[in-house]
Design a protein around this ligand. Structure first.
Ligand SMILES: [Cu+2]
Length: 260
């Protein structure tokens, strides 16, 4: 009996030691499922900047994830003020920005998450550049990183714009925060009004009627929930893809390739 007790005690201690070791040494890569868009340095802030997203950038609503490192020690930074300044230089000289959602100052799982709603693709019409302003909280220095980025053009639009009766220019993007499946899906719509080439304001007073349809088979679906405002120009609802073919068509939306 005494021997048995010792054996189990020993095993227990061994297991506990192994677990505490694992906890300390393994860091799960926060960017494992992400695509690297660009990397460079924020000159003046002594900070290395990496830009990540769910997939290659496209005209529409893009989740943007930033990872920051001290450019001398290489250690991760988890507190910084980050501002996005996207700019498109159009043929003919006109320049404009697009709606942005800047990350919070504290990284979550080493990621600073924000978003960009690109309103045009890169191409013959012009080229995009993304400047990122970093205020490094560790050394209290501020710098800018600048990246030329390519914004793809999905087969079907992931972003819509229209002009209201009051001549307001409105941009609408959407996303599926949990991906897409056959059945009822969480769905988000983002609405911005263009106030100037560099000013886009989230709109909080819109209402939507959702009408999913499958044109090739001429049917819709029941049990959809029209998106309602949930803050910061984001509207949350549910869309029911009740037909596998309809869902397959939309499945590509999650990857930003085809959006309607
Ligand atoms: Cu443009």
């Amino acid at each position: 009996m005494k021997t048995l007790f010792s054996k189990y005690t020993f095993l227990f201690i061994l297991t506990a030691a192994a677990f505490s070791c694992t906890d300390n040494e393994i860091e799960i890569d926060p960017t494992a499922d992400l695509t690297k868009i660009a990397e460079g340095f924020a000159i003046g802030a002594a900070t290395k900047v990496e830009v990540w997203s769910d997939q290659d950038l496209f005209a529409g609503y893009n989740n943007i994830f930033i990872t920051l490192y001290d450019s001398v020690s290489g250690s991760r930074l988890t507190k910084a003020t980050i501002e996005f300044y996207p700019e498109m230089s159009m043929m003919g000289g006109m320049k404009h920005a697009c709606p942005v959602e800047n990350p919070a100052a504290d990284a979550v799982n080493n990621l600073f998450q924000g978003a960009l709603l690109f309103i045009m693709p890169s191409g013959d019409m012009g080229a995009w550049n993304l400047e990122i302003k970093i205020q490094n909280s560790a050394n209290n220095k501020t710098g800018m990183a600048s990246f030329p980025v390519t914004v793809g053009n999905p087969t079907n639009a992931c972003m819509k714009s229209f002009v209201t009766d009051a001549s307001e220019k409105i941009f609408v993007g959407y996303s599926f925060p949990k991906g897409m499946k056959v059945g009822v899906n969480d769905f988000e719509v983002m609405v911005y009004q263009k106030m100037g080439n560099y000013e886009f304001v989230p709109m909080e007073n819109y209402s939507f009627v959702l009408t999913p349809e499958m044109p090739s088979m001429d049917h819709g679906s029941p049990n959809n929930v029209n998106p309602t405002h949930a803050g910061q120009g984001h509207y949350k609802g549910k869309v029911n893809f009740n037909d596998r073919w309809l869902a397959l068509k939309f499945k590509d939306i999650a990857r930003g390739r085809t959006c309607n």
